[in-house]
Ligand binder design. Structure first.
Ligand SMILES: Nc1ncnc2c1ncn2[C@@H]1O[C@H](COP(=O)(O)OP(=O)(O)O)[C@@H](O)[C@H]1O
Ligand SMILES: [Mg+2]
Length: 286
């Protein structure tokens, strides 16, 4: 993709002391982190901790009550939707596709921010859309109505549409939620390849193993605030996860990937841990 090459110098995201709420109470408080161009940032945290809200704020859907969000140093609030659409593509948690457009038509919508006022798609737009279908393994679905897709297929089409936008920054909200283990890994392998091409990736993940495996920087949210952030090995620890998720979690090193593995402990194992007989806790490996 040509614009990702020029995108290697673009794609910086700065979130500075952002506070926001939907009603009277703030659900995101004083959140700060940054993604350098070509960075891979993961946002993790329990349900309701504010992950989706942070993604929506970066995409300019809502404006922070206080604090700033900048894309390449420009405040999102000062950019038009179209200007944002040329830099940022979003793969939302669930993609509503209520109209029976074909998959190809849906992916071509991703070109909208690049089209002139009344211009129709050109040959190059079709090429970009096709390449996006190929990379997401959805080319065979090109002529299918999107209304007939499975949740996992819809999610890959949503990623294809985002790629057709040729963004410098890709925001994803739990993109692998509907994917089986193979398609989840394929999606994150693709995201990593895009990162290598200079695209900045900011993704929320509920799968902590995928977060440990793919992200360079992890932001752990707890009740709307940043509990910890840093390298996966510094954030994904027994102490942090057990405190934030409020359940015992077993963290160990995977010798093949050299990244951390995270397992929840079932009630029976938690009871064993708590009994005075258990000397060394296996969950404290890291
Ligand atoms: N559209 C909305 N209107 C009102 N409250 C919302 C809305 N979306 C999310 N919230 C609330 O904001 C908080 C954070 O939600 P969210 O960002 O979706 O968390 P997460 O993605 O981590 O599960 C939750 O308490 C949630 O109920
Ligand atoms: Mg969410």
């Amino acid at each position: 993709m040509s614009s990702t090459a020029e995108g290697s110098a673009r794609g910086r995201v700065d979130v500075e002391q952002v506070t926001f709420g939907y009603h009277r109470d703030a659900v995101v408080r004083d959140v700060s982190f940054r993604a350098p161009p070509g960075g891979f940032v993961g946002i993790i945290g329990p349900n309701g901790s504010g992950k989706s809200t942070v993604i929506k704020l970066i995409s300019g859907l809502m404006a922070p009550w206080s604090g700033h969000i900048a894309l390449d140093g420009t405040d999102v609030a000062s950019l038009s939707r179209r200007e944002i659409g040329r830099r940022v593509a979003v793969v939302p948690q669930e993609t509503d596709m209520p109209f029976p457009f074909t998959v190809l038509e849906m992916v071509l919508f991703g070109r909208t921010p690049h089209l002139g006022g009344f211009a129709f798609e050109q040959e190059r737009d079709l090429q970009v859309a096709r390449s996006a279908l190929e990379r997401t393994g959805t080319l065979a679905l090109a002529d299918r109505p999107v209304t007939e897709l499975s949740g996992g297929e819809r999610q890959r089409v949503a990623l294809a549409r985002a790629l057709a936008q040729e963004p410098a920054i890709l925001l994803l909200d739990e993109p692998s939620a509907f994917l089986d283990i193979r398609h989840a890994v394929e999606m994150y392998d693709l995201l990593r390849a895009l990162r290598d091409e200079g695209v900045t990736i900011v993704s929320t993940l509920h799968d902590l193993n995928l977060a440990a495996l793919y992200c360079e920087h992890i932001v752990l949210l707890s009740e709307g605030t940043v509990y910890q952030q840093g390298a996966p090995s510094a954030v994904i620890t027994y102490e942090h996860l057990t405190a934030v998720y409020e359940t015992e979690i077993y963290v160990s090193m995977n010798e093949i990937t050299n990244t951390l593995n995270v397992l929840p402990l079932d009630g029976r194992s938690r009871a064993t841990l708590r009994s005075p007989a258990s000397e060394s806790s296996p969950s404290r490996e890291t």
